[in-house]
Design a protein. Structure first.
Length: 284
């Protein structure tokens, strides 16, 4: 049985070439169960979740990395997020009457894609992802090439039950020998079949692809679905829209009710809650 819901780094010994492997099972199914996603949308959401984990492995601080796309095609919104401790969440919004088994660009149509890096402490960063390649992986490879100047290969696959991916990178300071190694392992990685990435565990996959190289595989880390919503954060969102708007909703509806778009958690706030939010005390 292949490993599921794991993240693993590896390096090619004595070189400036590194890699990351990810495979998702239960976490992907839990996220995919939040809406009746068509197969094409579910698959792209799985690829985006895997990509967010692979890309977050390059971060050196506590925080989150998210991949966000807004399109004018059948898939209106795509969002996948991974935290530094490998908790993931994601969603897709789509026109159920227009979605078919379309390609990446057909699904999104004209639109914008971005990488957002949000450290727990420090400045938020957002970079635009070019939409010039035919796959999500290809677009993200181009992002690394343009924004980070780091040659990167990203292989992403997903089916109904599993999502998986492999990332290779050639780091700065590479020697001529590293260039030769990069060309060799990059070519080998491109031969991988979807079934291999989705079904094999990391050791079996890396041995099948790179058995003539010296690869050091680090300990696996768990990946899990966890939404970061909470009653306190939802109150913070209400505070941001202001007291006038909150009291207007209370006068009209009697309470304020909000659902999390990621996990469908339901939050209800009455007048006492809103009084306490804006004045620090309740009226009775």
């Amino acid at each position: 049985m292949a490993s599921r819901d794991q993240f693993q780094r590896f390096i090619f010994e004595h070189s400036q070439v590194r890699g990351v492997w990810v495979q998702l099972g239960e976490s992907f199914r839990e996220i995919g169960s939040q809406a009746p996603y068509p197969d094409s949308v579910r698959s792209l959401l799985g690829e985006a979740l895997v990509a967010s984990i692979l890309m977050s492995s390059t971060l050196k601080f506590e925080g989150t990395l998210s991949i966000q796309a807004q399109g004018e095609g059948p898939l209106r919104t795509l969002m996948a997020e991974c935290s530094h401790d490998r908790y993931i969440r994601g969603l897709a919004r789509f026109d159920e009457h227009a979605v078919s088994e379309d390609s990446f660009h057909d699904l999104l149509g004209e639109g914008r894609m971005a990488i957002t890096i949000t450290p727990n402490k420090g400045t938020r960063y957002q970079g635009v992802v070019p939409r010039e390649q035919d796959t999500l992986g290809g677009c993200l490879e181009e992002y690394f090439d343009r924004s980070e100047q780091i040659p990167t290969s990203l292989l992403l696959f997903a089916n109904e039950e599993t999502a998986a991916g492999l990332m290779l990178q050639r780091l700065p300071g590479a020697t001529e020998e590293d260039d030769d190694l990069w060309n060799r392992v990059n070519h080998l990685a491109r031969t991988v079949e979807a079934s291999e990435l989705l079904e094999l565990d990391s050791e079996a996959l890396l041995h099948r692809l790179f058995h003539e190289e010296t690869v050091r595989l680090f300990d696996a880390e768990p990946v899990a679905f966890r939404c970061s919503c909470s009653r306190e954060r939802t109150l913070g969102a209400l505070e941001a829209i202001g007291s006038d708007e909150c009291y207007s909703i209370l006068d009209e509806q009697g309470s304020i009710e909000m659902d999390c778009q990621f996990c469908h958690a339901h939050y209800r706030f009455d007048r006492n809650d809103i009084d306490h939010l804006f004045t620090g005390h309740t009226l009775h």
